[in-house]
Design a protein around this ligand. Structure first.
Ligand SMILES: [Zn+2]
Length: 194
C-alpha cells in the first residue's frame, strides 16, 4: 500500500480495503446514512458525510468473525446498536471495559454495557484502583482501531479526538496480545454474570 494513502480521508468502505486511515472529524451522523440509505429529510440536522463515528460503525458493520473491544467508556447508543447487530450476525464479540463506567457501580448516563449483556455479549470489567483506560478494538484479528476516542456521545459530537484504523501487522498484533492478556486476567464470574 502506498504510504501516501495513509492519511487521506476515505470513504468508510475504503478504510477497510485500504486498511489505514487517520480521522478527526466529529459530528453525529444520520442514522439513514449509517444504514446505507439516502437521507431525503430536508430537516435532518445530522451529518451525511464521513465522520469518526461512521468509520467506527463501518468497521463494526463489516466485521465477519470477531470483534474484541477494549474501551474505557461506551455510552453512545449508535455504537451500542452496531455492536449488538454484529453479535446478531454471528460475529463473536468480546468487550472489556472499566468497571466504574459499566453502570453496575452506580448510575452512568447512557452506559451500553447492560444492553450488551442483555443481548448475550460477553463483557468483562476491570475493577481495581487503576483504570482500564484503553480505547481500542480489533476486528477479525486484522483491523485495529485505536485512539483517544471513547465511545461516548461527547466524543462523537465534538471533542477533539483521534482515531486510527490500520491493518499493519506490527501494530495489530501487540493489541491482540494486550486484549487477550486483560481478558484472561479478568474473571468472567466476578463482574459479568456470564
Ligand atoms: Zn439525515
Amino acid at each position: 500500500m502506498r504510504e501516501g494513502a495513509a492519511v487521506r480521508r476515505t470513504s468508510a468502505v475504503c478504510v477497510i480495503t485500504e486498511r489505514r486511515a487517520c480521522l478527526l472529524n466529529p459530528g453525529l451522523v444520520c442514522r439513514r446514512t449509517l444504514s446505507g440509505r439516502t437521507c431525503k429529510d430536508k430537516n435532518c440536522c445530522a451529518m451525511h458525510n464521513e465522520t469518526s463515528l461512521s468509520c467506527l460503525v463501518n468497521v463494526l458493520k463489516f466485521s465477519k468473525k470477531t470483534l474484541d473491544i477494549c474501551v474505557y467508556m461506551i455510552t453512545c447508543s449508535i455504537l451500542g446498536d452496531a455492536i449488538i447487530e454484529s453479535h446478531e450476525r454471528g460475529v463473536i464479540v468480546r468487550v472489556i471495559t472499566e468497571s466504574r463506567n459499566s453502570g453496575e457501580e452506580g448510575e452512568v448516563c447512557g452506559s451500553q454495557i447492560g444492553r450488551l449483556r442483555a443481548a448475550g455479549i460477553s463483557v468483562r470489567c476491570q475493577s481495581n484502583s487503576f483504570w482500564m483506560h484503553h480505547k481500542f478494538m480489533i476486528a477479525d484479528k486484522e483491523i485495529l482501531v485505536n485512539g483517544s476516542f471513547n465511545w461516548t456521545n461527547q466524543a462523537v459530537m465534538g471533542n477533539s479526538e483521534n482515531l486510527i484504523i490500520t491493518s499493519k501487522d506490527n501494530l495489530v498484533k501487540p493489541f491482540i496480545t494486550e486484549f487477550q492478556k486483560i481478558w484472561n486476567k479478568l474473571s468472567p464470574t466476578d463482574s459479568t454474570g456470564e
